[in-house]
Ligand binder design. Structure first.
Ligand code: PA5
Length: 446
């Protein structure tokens, strides 16, 4: 693996003097993280997780993954937010978006409980027909509505199909003591994995939350932890100029103060679509509070150059881009055509990746000229260790960046607002007063 962060395209927007100007602030944010005395300091379990994790549980994860791989055709992963995005991101990052169609000895893996769509649920139920199924239900709180509904549906399906043996096909990842899911595990005897108290949902991909589904997909989780451990080591120490993670955190804040309100994460390979979704949760939930924070958005190039590319080139100048440039020469060449009816022979014999790289370079320059600053992470492979490294790079960057911004990067109080209203509207016991108020507001709206 080789990981590189570069700000070389950014020079006309953020220079060394800009970095020097925020260097003290950056150092103070790093100290706050290292000395563990900032807001949210009871959620810093992710910092040492790549080296300091429960080795017995890690072995149990591998054993469970083996058992699941041997006993099912379809593996259904139930979870939402931080209990979903990391696993799916990792699997697609390493294996691509079509992994479910490969006959590579891995079960098909479907994710449910990450929305409230009955048609999505029906589709996955249909995909399970006539197949052996195992389920991993993941919820840190053990009380989240979307996965709870999905678990009810799939637990019933397994019980109908396997009777008492259904419990051997259910694997739960949750809090060690609290929540309705924990009570169900205790009552029904499911094999259980624990989400550490000091690791928040969006920082949990390197716990059992992500590791079990990732291992079931046949991905080497030792290597993934190894990549994260490498990042932990390499991204400790140094300063705003030498530590890429600190530089990225500082650049984000500098651009924000220059009036940029949106950060677009750009990947030039659709295998990273879910990595972008994972990143959006990590950055959006960590920084979007107290009326502050860059709005994290994402695009896939060159696909979105044919749609959002227009806005990015010429729309309101409120954004910057962070590229993840996947640069993997793999020998896939564009064929020669003796008739050259499509006029493409100037590309014949060139690798597809070469064309992708030229698209990347051309876009970086065009967007710079259009007033959109950009920096880039370069990847030369999409391996498990690359993913582990990338995860740690972004987790540490958002923690430092969040402290520079003056917010708590580890809470998510805003997520509760919709839940309160939804529960009241659904007549959940305990929400009677809220329900009356909401009914009146709805009647007033007409
Ligand atoms: O980051 C978060 O805390 C949230 O997005 C949660 O991950 C999400 O709400 C799922 O929560 P839980 O794992 O408790 O079901």
């Amino acid at each position: 693996m080789a990981f590189k962060f570069t700000d070389k395209y950014l020079k006309s927007f953020v220079g060394d003097s800009d970095l020097s100007a925020v260097s003290d602030e950056l150092e103070s944010a790093v100290r706050t993280l290292e000395e563990r005395n900032g807001a949210g300091n009871d959620f810093l379990g992710w910092v040492d997780l790549p080296v300091d994790y429960d080795k017995d549980e890690f072995s149990r994860i591998k054993a469970a993954a083996k058992k699941i791989r041997e006993s099912c055709d379809v593996f259904v992963v139930i979870g939402i937010g931080g209990s979903y995005l990391g696993a799916r991101a990792a699997i697609e990052f390493v294996k691509g978006n079509s992994h479910n169609s490969f006959k590579d000895g891995s079960p098909e893996i479907y994710f449910v409980g990450n929305d409230i769509s009955s048609s999505h649920m029906r589709d996955v139920i249909k995909l399970c027909e006539g197949k052996d199924v195992c389920v991993n239900v993941i919820s840190k709180s053990g009380t989240t509505t979307e996965p709870a509904i999905a678990f009810r549906v799939f637990r019933d399906m397994l019980v109908e199909k396997y009777g008492e043996k259904a419990k051997d096909r259910i694997f739960a990842t949750t809090d060690k003591a609290r929540g309705a899911l924990r009570s169900q595990c205790d009552a029904f005897g499911y094999e259980t994995f624990v989400i550490p108290d000091d690791v928040g949902g969006r920082y949990s991909v390197l716990t059992a939350v992500g590791l079990l589904p990732i291992a079931v997909a046949g991905i080497d989780i030792d290597k993934m932890m190894g990549g994260a451990a490498k990042a932990r080591e390499e991204l400790a120490g140094g300063d705003i100029f030498t530590n890429p993670c600190y530089k990225y955190a500082a650049i984000r804040n500098i651009l924000y103060r220059q009036g940029k309100k949106i950060e677009i994460l750009v990947a030039n390979d659709p295998a990273l679509t879910m990595t972008c979704e994972w990143w959006k949760q990590l950055f959006g939930e960590s920084e979007g509070k107290d009326g502050r924070g860059l709005y994290p958005s994402s695009v896939i190039y060159s696909t979105d150059l044919h749609s959002m590319g227009q806005y990015i080139q010429q729309g309101s100048r409120t954004m910057f881009e962070t590229f993840i440039n996947v640069n993997i020469p793999d020998g896939f060449e564009i064929p020669y055509d003796s008739g050259n009816s499509d006029g493409l022979n100037f590309l014949a014999g060139k690798e597809m990746n070469y064309v992708n790289q030229k698209a990347f370079e051309g876009t970086v320059i065009a967007h710079t000229d259009g007033g959109v600053p950009n920096c880039a992470v370069e990847l030369t492979s999409r391996s498990a260790d690359d993913f582990g490294y990338l995860v740690y790079f972004f987790e540490k960057a958002v923690a430092v960046s969040g402290y520079m911004l003056g917010i708590n990067p580890f809470d998510q109080p805003g997520v509760e607002a919709y839940k309160k209203n939804m529960f009241a509207l659904l007549n959940k016991p305990g929400y009677e007063e809220e329900k009356k108020k909401l009914d009146k507001r709805i009647a007033d709206i007409g």
